[in-house]
Ligand binder design. Sequence first.
Ligand SMILES: [Zn+2]
Length: 289
Amino acid sequence: MSGDLSPTNQCAPAPRAFAGDALVITCEHGGNRIPPPYRDLFAPHRALLDSHRGFDAGALIMARALAEQFGVPLLSATFSRLLVDLNRSVWHRQLHFEPVVELPDTRRQQILKRYYHPYRSQVERLVTEAIAASGRVIHLSCHSFTPELDGHRRTADIGLLYDPARPGEKALCARWKRMFALHAPELAVRRNYPYAGRNDGLTTWLRKRYSTEAYVGIELELNQKHVMRTTQQWATLREAVIESLHAAMTVCDDPAAKPKPVRGPNRTAPPESSYALPEPTRRTTGVRT
Ligand SMILES: [Zn+2]
């Protein structure tokens, strides 16, 4: 899981090093909870809630591990994306699952007001604060994808989604991919796969609010087949993500430089509860991760 930089693994030229940047972690599809007022609506759809369409298996565990290791804020949601998808704009046709779309407009507005807008405002506030403190923020939005979709097997273990027109995002993902090759060469890492980073989403929305110099938005996508494997394999994958990101952020363009070891659990990590969306209802459905 560790090694020296060989000449072929030197980091790509970047507009700026990433070591001084702030890091913010979010997880929009962390759970499949349905708040009580909407449970009747979802009662016939239990299997769907438990599937990849209901939530991103493993994404919240990954997000928590990253936030703990780097000692940075985590904002996460544990209600299902089928109620309202925090990674879609309000105009997107997949903002809600079909039965929610058919609700009266006043009830859909309540859902936005109670669950959607507070999350979006909170992530915007975190990003603004991080930029004010450090000049630039790296926002990492954690997701996972189903190994097979519509009969097609996905050919990557890890996806790094970004906007190729943003130099900071392009440079960081190039470095991160190289560091994966160094730390975990067995993993297939693809950029802008299985989705394009410029698609509608939280990072795309934030790019419109912050300059390319101030905001670096990356979506991390994990293949869910790893989440379903043994505890040790799943832990090894998380370790590879953390070590490779740490190396990508800290290794400079000096060929003699070597990746620093990832520091241990950070005792000063901000408590997640300080940043997590307040639970408006009691949780009765577990997060299946
Ligand atoms: Zn997702």
